[in-house]
Each structure stands twice: as C-alpha cells, then as structure tokens.
Design a protein around this ligand. Structure first.
Ligand code: 4AD
Ligand code: MG
Length: 439
C-alpha cells in the first residue's frame, strides 16, 4: 500500500510503501536510522542488515543526503517520534542517488541559501513558512468568497501608474509603453460599480530600488473593493479580515508556527478591536516616544507633519501595542492621487494603514476613493499623470459615482509577521529583489 508520512497513523501495523528523500542518516552496527522526507513530513525508517541483506543494506548506507528512494516496511507506534510512528523496513529501492548536497545541517549564509532556494525549501524552516503562506492565501480566499465578493482579475500590463510614477517597471508593448501593474485597484473600482463587491489577487510589481527587509519587487497582493462604503467601514473590514486570517493559521497551522518557534500568545491576542488613531495623533505619540527614548540607533526623529512615517516610526509605534493598530488620515501630499481628501480637513486623506504588532509595520494600505469627477480631474493634473490613460477611470465618476473604497493586503508582509521571521524574502517561494533574479 502506498502511504505518506502525513497519513501514516491510518496504517498502523500494516506494511506500506513510502517514497521520498534522505533527510538524514545515522548508522549503528547492523542498524541504519534513516530520516525519510516525503514532502508531507519526516519519518524515521529503521533498516536492519539481517532483514535487508548485505547488498541492499550497504547500497542505502552509501547514499548521501537527499538521495531518493522507496522503502517498504511495517508502521510501528513510537512515542519518541514526532509523527508518533516509525517504519521497520523490509525492502529498499534506490531511485536517484545524491552526492555532495550543498545544504548541510551546518549554518549557511543568507546569500548562499537564497542562491540555492530551489533546494533550500526542502529544509524544515522554509517548508513551514511556505505552508503558512498557503494557509494565509486559503484564508484570504475564504474570507472574500464567503462574503459575496466576486473574484475579478485585474490585468498585469497597464498603460498607467497607480501608486506613483517612480516605481514603475516599464516594458515595450507592440510599439507602445506598458507598465507592470503596481496595483489592481483601479480595475476593482470598475468591478465594485458593476458587482458591488469584488477582489483581485495576484502578483504586483514595484521597481523600488531599496533592498530592505520589507520590500520585494514582485509581491502578491489581495485587493477587495466595495461600493457604498466609507473609511470607517473599510477599517472594520481590515480588522475583521486580519483576525480571521490569523485565526485560520492558528487553527490549521499551529505545528508549522511551532516549528518556527513563533510566540503563539502574540497571535492569540489578535482580537477585535484594534486601536485606531489618526496620523496626527500618531505624530504626537511618536514625538513623546522620541523625547522619552533619546540616543536610539536609529534615532526616533519626530515625524514631519506633512511627510510619511519612516520604518523606525512604524516600529516604535507598533511596539507600544499588543495587537495591530490602524493609522488613518495621512497627509494628502504623500498619498496616491485616487485618495479622497477628508472633507473636514483636506490636508488629510481618507486612507488607512494597518500596522502589524512587534514592529513589523504596514501590512495593509487602503481607504476611501475620490468619487467626485472634478476633484479627480484636478488630482490627476496635480500628480502630472496622463489624462488620456485615465479616461476610462473617470467614466466611473461620470456614470453613477458612489462613495467606495477598499484595501490592499501584501501576502509576504502577512506571512513575515505571522511566522515571526525577519525578512519578506523568506515569505515567497522565489524572491525578486534588486539584487536577485535567480533562481
Ligand atoms: O500601500 P500600498 O502601496 O497600497 C496599494 O497598492 C493600494 N492600491 C491598495 C488598495 O487600496 N487596493 O500597498 C498595499 C500593501 C502594503 O500594505 C504592503 O502590505 C504591500 O502591499 N506592499 C509590499 N509588499 C512587499 N514589497 C513591497 N515593495 C510592497 N509594497 C507594498
Ligand atoms: Mg502603503
């Protein structure tokens, strides 16, 4: 019977066939203890020279790490094993021998590991992270699918900027210039007016030159958009969404988080309500923190009231709270052209950033969109964007405009925070950064 490590409990006492790769091997006289990795888990296989015969035993003994093989054996309960069982092997067949596998149990540098990313994610840490990523994506889809959102895929080739012209990847498109999408939002705004609630979920491209622990040049983002909603409604959704995503991972991926040494109590505290504060309120708090904590490296400079936060500000601010926070009403001047100005203070935009706890910072950006035709035209001019590329977008204000809004949640930022790891690069199978295009 063909079995997998994950389902091994169902085969107790039976003889099964397992196929996989050698994670580790240790020998003791006529016994060989093989850690077999089959992609679903790792199980100890005990090989006995007497049972297998000299030739088969020696053939397995000579195999290097990550050689592939098939073994037949009896599934026996073993309380010391992580999976609760071990396999007492009666036959083994070598499939693909490996010699000199580059990733060994010793420590390797980051650059070396990322150069070997195609092999590295066979290891336990990356394996756990990518499982958590899978669960997060599953939770994201469940969240929107179960609430009546229509999946409406946005295009990747676009004729215009969405999030500022400085981070566009340009490409030649049959004699014209096209850009790789920075955000599918504008198309979702069309979707919301047609279907009420839509979302897109896909890769997003930003030609950001900074190689930081938070930035990728290709990342995945989910972007829901809703008609007839205001900023408060959007904040309610962001909060509810985060609580549900974290709960899903805690329910279905606890063992992966434990493998990563994640402090689960931090995630268990991710419950409603999250603190909401305006940007101006946040500036006051940051100024106080700067005064109370002199001599920090990097220093906590007070925020310029007409500028965006820096990473240090976000880090300090979020460390004051035991769960994510939402900062709203940022200076209009630092925000994208499509954001609606606060009618009570036009210097502030009706946008929100959701900042994860423990200094992880922004994981969601969203807000209410400019729904006035005249205001939007003014903003497109003001941002020096090409009006003709936005004619279709202006149609959404010409024909039955409504208050609407949405958000974008970055998958890798969520994975990084939920796993409690250091760098977004580890949160995606094959990272694309300024310095990395391979593998
Ligand atoms: O704040 P951003 O730029 O917002 C938008 O793109 C809006 N159009 C979204 C919307 O309202 N539909 O990006 C949204 C999120 C960020 O909060 C962050 O999680 C992620 O996308 N993100 C990045 N993740 C990794 N690397 C980068 N360079 C990222 N830039 C943004
Ligand atoms: Mg943002």
């Amino acid at each position: 019977m063909i079995a997998t490590v994950k389902d091994i409990a169902a085969f107790e006492g039976q003889t099964v066939t397992l196929s996989g790769w050698i994670y580790n091997v240790a020998g003791k006289g006529k016994l060989l203890f093989l850690q077999l990795r089959d992609g679903t888990g790792i199980i100890q296989c005990v090989l006995n020279k007497g049972t297998l015969g000299d030739e088969a035993f020696d053939a397995v003994k000579a195999l290097g790490q990550e050689s592939s093989l098939s073994v037949d054996g009896v599934v026996v309960r073993d309380s010391r094993s992580k999976v609760g069982f071990e396999l007492q092997v009666s036959a083994a067949r070598v499939i693909g021998p490996a010699e000199g596998y580059p990733i060994t149990p010793k420590e390797h540098g980051d650059a070396f590991l990322f150069d070997h990313r195609h092999l590295w994610f066979r290891s336990k840490g990356p394996h756990a992270i990518l499982h958590v990523r899978h669960l997060i994506i599953q939770a994201i889809r469940n969240y929107f699918d179960s609430r009546g959102f229509l999946l409406l895929d946005s295009p990747i080739f676009t004729p215009n900027a969405c999030e500022g012209t400085s981070t566009l990847f340009e490409t030649e498109y049959f004699g014209r210039t096209a850009y790789l999408s920075q955000s599918g939002q504008l198309y979702q705004e069309a979707g919301a007016t047609a279907f009420g609630k839509t979302y897109c979920f896909g890769p997003t491209f930003r030609a950001e030159k900074h190689d930081t622990r938070r930035h990728l040049n290709e990342f995945w983002m989910v972007e829901p958009e809703i008609a007839f909603i205001d900023l408060d409604g959007i904040m309610d959704m962001c909060e509810d969404f985060i609580v549900e995503v974290v709960a899903h991972v805690l329910t279905h991926g606890r063992h992966h988080l434990e493998e990563l040494g994640r402090d689960l109590s931090v995630l268990e505290r991710v419950q409603k309500p999250f603190v909401r504060m305006s940007y101006d309120e946040a500036c006051v708090i940051i100024a106080r923190l700067a005064a109370e904590n002199p001599g920090q490296d990097p220093p906590i400079n007070p925020v310029d009231p007409e500028d965006d936060f820096g990473a240090t500000h976000e880090t300090w601010l979020t460390k004051q709270y035991d769960r994510p926070i939402m900062v709203h009403r940022f200076p209009t001047v630092v925000k994208a052209f499509y954001m609606k100005a606060d009618p009570e203070n036009p210097a502030r935009a009706l946008g929100v950033d959701l900042l994860a706890s423990e200094g992880y910072g922004e994981v969601i950006g969203g807000g209410q969109r400019e729904d006035s035709y005249d205001e939007l035209v003014r903003k497109i001019h003001h941002h020096q964007l090409p009006m003709d590329a936005f004619e279709w977008y202006l149609d959404l204000r010409r024909y039955g405009t409504v208050p609407h809004g949405g958000m974008g949640a970055g998958v890798e930022r969520l994975v990084t925070w939920i796993c409690g790891i250091h760098n977004v690069r580890e949160a995606i199978p094959f990272p694309r950064t300024v310095s990395r295009l391979t593998p």
